[in-house]
Design a protein around this ligand. Structure first.
Ligand SMILES: [Zn+2]
Length: 208
């Protein structure tokens, strides 16, 4: 499979070695193995080569010719041998492939972000479904809220862009915690950015 290692099917060839592709109706499954020989401990930064265990991580990826694609990666846990490090065992990071704990690849998250900023949660989810991108409304809003949190760091939490006032506003319900507390997410559908995350679903809060 070496000839396929640099294939577009593998999101980050430096991090992953492509092992195979098979069709498991209705989707395409791409299997890959993390390939770095030496990884840095996230606690202390020291290099480790001592493998503790392996497990399989599944990520939704970009569709291929309209087919949904899942990436199944064999990922490793490593020992950190630095005696005073608080992480005795750690999971290897694959930053170019996907964020830690993410359920989709970074490039699939970017695609959902673009769709969500153009259409909002519900309409965005319908387009994503039609394109073969796995993305329920709540997942699209989750991607948008992560982007909003990242771009709002260092400001007063509302950002200068919000004050200019959007003309076309997307309003969606948003679960702060899965199934527990609901808020509202506001997306400027013309300028394509998240305006704000509101703490509840009350009309008065939205009007304010
Ligand atoms: Zn360490």
């Amino acid at each position: 499979m070496d000839a396929l290692t640099a294939s577009p099917l593998c999101p980050a060839p430096l991090e992953l070695q492509l092992d195979g592709i098979h069709f498991a109706a209705p989707e395409l499954v791409v299997t890959a193995t993390a390939r770095q020989h030496v990884v840095a401990c996230p606690g202390c930064g020291h290099a480790s080569t001592r493998v503790h265990s392996r497990y399989r991580r599944t990520l939704a990826d970009l569709p291929w010719h309209g087919l949904r694609v899942h990436l199944e990666i064999q990922v490793r846990r490593f020992f950190c041998d630095v005696s005073d490090c608080r992480r005795q065992i750690f999971t290897e990071r694959l930053p170019k492939t996907a964020a830690l704990y993410a359920r989709r690849t970074a490039r699939a998250a970017s695609a959902l972000e673009v769709i969500g900023l153009a259409l909002g949660g519900r309409a965005g989810a319908r387009l994503a479904e039609a394109l073969g991108l796995a993305g329920a409304p709540a997942e699209i809003l989750s991607v948008l809220s992560a982007v909003h949190a990242a771009t709002d760091e260092g400001t007063d939490g509302h950002g200068d862009r919000a004050r200019a006032g959007p003309r076309v506003l997307g309003v969606d319900d948003w679960a702060w915690r899965k199934g527990q507390r609901y808020g509202t997410i506001l997306v400027d559908l013309e300028r394509h950015h998240v305006v704000d995350l509101l703490p509840d679903r009350e009309l008065n809060t939205l009007v304010a």
